[in-house]
Design a protein. Sequence first.
Length: 570
Amino acid sequence: MSVVSRSTMIAVLALSSLLTSALGQDAKPSPPDADFSAADHLYQTGSLAEAEARYQTLLNGDANNLRAEIGLVQTMLREQKIDEALDAINAALSAQPNSAVLLALKGNVHFRRAEMSEAEVSYLAAKKIDSKQPAAYLGLSQLYRCYSLHRKAYDELQLAHQVAPDDPSVQRAWLGTLPRKEKLTALKSYLGRPGVEEDEIKQMSEYLQFLEATADKPIHACRLVSKVEQTEAKLETIYPLRHRMPGIGLRYGVGMPMGRGLAVKINGEKINLLLDTGASGIILGSEAADKAGLARISPLHLGGIGDSGAQRGYAAVADHVRIGDLEFQDCLVSVSEGRAVSDGDGLIGANVFASYLVDIDYPDMRLKLSPLAKRPEDKVAPQSLISEPDIPANLEQEDSSTSSPPSDPKQNARDSNAPQRAWNEFFKDRYIAPEMADWTKVYRIGHIMLVPTFVDESKALLFELDTGAFTNILSLRSGLKADNIVPEEDALRVRGLSGEAKTVYSGKATLSFGHLQQTDPAIVILNLSNVSGHTGTEVSGFLGYAMLRLLDVKLDYRDGLVNFEYRPKN
């Protein structure tokens, strides 16, 4: 089940308006007039059709007006009109080919279309023309993060901060590098600026409440307390119920398994959680959270597949979490107050095990956790569950340890650079161990793993690896020929955390990914534009449980690597 996390949404919001204040890099300053102010207000308040019309009218009066061109393209991206956005930016560049701000904007359009190589070319061209163009650095930072090139991504973000520290887009992206106390102050200042979009205010205000509730408390690091480096646990079968279909199930009949889960102990209570690579962290239904006696922290919204919008919930803390032989303390979890998040007690995203090599062995019904491949320069790999992923625990620990000056002046000088040292340790580029040379490189956006996949004879598209989706799913934009698509009957219903999808189709397609290929004579087809918009790049489908259950799936979240092994039972 695709679930959009808070950290993913904030990253997407940062990318969606990288150019809001970059206009001054390319054009002579001019005072805003009533027409532009009206168009900008419509954009910021979400009246996108009206904003698009206003920007187009302004362009009709001045075809080379950068402000109107930027507003038009960004509005089209928010409307999910990604083909029209590409046409509009190409038209603008035909008249102004050396505009750094337009080239950076074209990089954003390519990124939204999942055309990553083209996006990098555009960002680099913008940076070459104008070395002080912050949008180019920010775009490259986001792109390299998807490549699991974390050092390169951080370096580009630092450059953006050096050339334009007061740029709102840079400030928003820089928030992620700050310890929580500094982040709290910076976020309040940012949200107090004029011109912040209403959607952004809604998303980031929830995060602000979380920071206000936790700023004076230790990070919820979900630390390992048992002396076990690796373990394995039995996967449990989870069956759907007739009137509660969070995945795709009615076509296959009641009684068919919808996925595999784990028996997890939270605060001593046994909780059955669906193992879901499409989810982030641990997400419980309200009944399970009440049973475990979780301490509520702050409100949040959870979203995924469906047409009903995000569901209300809250962040909470579990004192103890036990999975197999591993026991952790002080773990952040999310709770959904709406419909149940699965037919068990909730979901557990595979990304919570990101400090380990994750082996989901479906044929043998086992989850195996082992140390990640050791980098040549590493001493010991970290051991924790990733329950609060946006700040590395070592940064918070070093930052808190230097909150008061030590008595030794030399030690004080050394410790003044502690946060920087922590970030340097945290941000490292992808490492591919020799034994993993033939693994598949994937793109990562937050917790989401996007696997390059071919649909029939298509170019490589990006499919979300989602063990919580019952079956494979294609988007209507996937490139499948129209004569292979037919409307489904009422018997097929698709539900996610955002409710039920209104229109469902099916068709025949052959999917090729990794070293494998599968033909599905009746694959489910949905409009995934909302999922793509929330993710920030084009999601052309899902690799779901009905196929993945035949595989041994190994995941390296740190390095953005996946290995699929087909191992049918004898």
